[in-house]
Design a protein around this ligand. Structure first.
Ligand code: GLU
Length: 297
């Protein structure tokens, strides 16, 4: 069965770009009689707010998007810790002790040499004595995932054949010094545990896609997921949309008196090869939906 997820961080209100990602996932799931998960990526406990969780639920409901299951990452910390421990045992997560200033200095030096600012893996060369010394001096480690430095290839349902060599990326930090998780590992663990079959999201996540495929294979070898990275919407001057882009928040569109079906009709075809049409209802929109129309080719 097809399983998709829409995974907002509840750190702000939904803007039309997020809503479009939610809608495309929902239309895809409903067309395939699959399941749509609303997942709150709320591992950042300082910035995630209850009011935004409620706001996102309200905005989706207003649009006519329903969900079959709701998940919150903040409730699954033990599971992520177990997954991280397993990766540590395999040597795929390694402790690093550089301060932000030291890392910035390294990056500056590389840029001055016209080299890409990729992390040099100095922490991998530390002996256990050196590590103990750092810890005794009060340094706490952050943990990076050790990329395989190989070509990761996938057939993206929107972008076609993708190839990305992970030697071109810094080993990503997955656990901060205070023990909290960044986005990558919880997302991979959830996508596996929840049986997600298709990850449909904005193309700003393409590089993450390569990292996540490697990480997925490390967490559960052989697991299969399909990606679809959809071109992003931009403002009139080409600028990206953000949660602070207040005028394009769904709440504002609602307050202006726009009809939800007008908004979803527009979003369902914006950036695709299809003409913009107003649908009579969501069922008609589902029947019409075709993910391949978002292709770049
Ligand atoms: N929380 C992530 C975001 O909002 C989810 C990205 C994803 O779909 O994997 O960007």
């Amino acid at each position: 069965m097809t399983v998709v997820r829409f995974a907002p961080s509840p750190t702000g209100h939904l803007h039309v770009g997020n809503a479009r990602t939610a809608l495309i996932n929902w239309l895809f799931a409903r067309k395939q009689q699959g399941s749509f998960i609303l997942r709150f990526d709320d591992t950042d406990t300082e910035r995630s707010k209850r009011e935004f969780v409620e706001g996102i639920r309200q905005d989706l409901s207003w649009l006519g998007i329903d969900w079959d299951r709701e998940e919150s990452q903040s409730k699954r910390m033990d599971r992520y810790r177990d997954a991280a421990d397993a990766l540590k045992d395999k040597g795929l997560l390694y402790p690093c002790y550089e301060t932000p200033e030291e890392l910035e200095f390294k990056r500056k030096r590389l840029r001055a040499q016209h080299k890409p600012p990729i992390y040099d893996r100095a922490a991998l060369k530390l002996s256990s004595v050196e590590r103990s010394k750092l810890e005794d001096a009060g340094r706490k480690p952050h943990w990076r995932f050790r990329l395989a430095h190989k070509d990761v290839v996938w057939s993206d349902l929107v972008r076609g054949d993708c190839r990305y060599n992970t030697a071109n990326i810094s080993d990503p930090v997955v656990i901060r010094e205070d023990g909290t998780f960044l986005y990558l590992l919880p997302s991979v663990v959830d996508d596996i545990d929840h049986g997600v079959t298709h990850i449909i999201r904005g193309e700003d996540h393409v590089t993450n896609g390569a990292v996540q495929l490697e990480m997925m294979d490390a967490v559960l070898p052989g697991v299969l997921v399909q990606f679809a990275h959809v071109p992003l919407l931009a403002g009139a001057a080409g600028e990206g949309l953000s949660k602070r882009f207040g005028s394009l928040s769904l709440g504002e569109l609602r307050d202006k008196g726009l009809e939800p079906l007008g908004v979803t009709s527009l979003l369902a075809h914006l950036g695709s090869s299809e003409a913009i049409d107003v649908f009579s209802d969501m069922a008609a929109m589902i029947a019409d939906f075709d993910l391949s129309c978002f292709g770049r080719a």
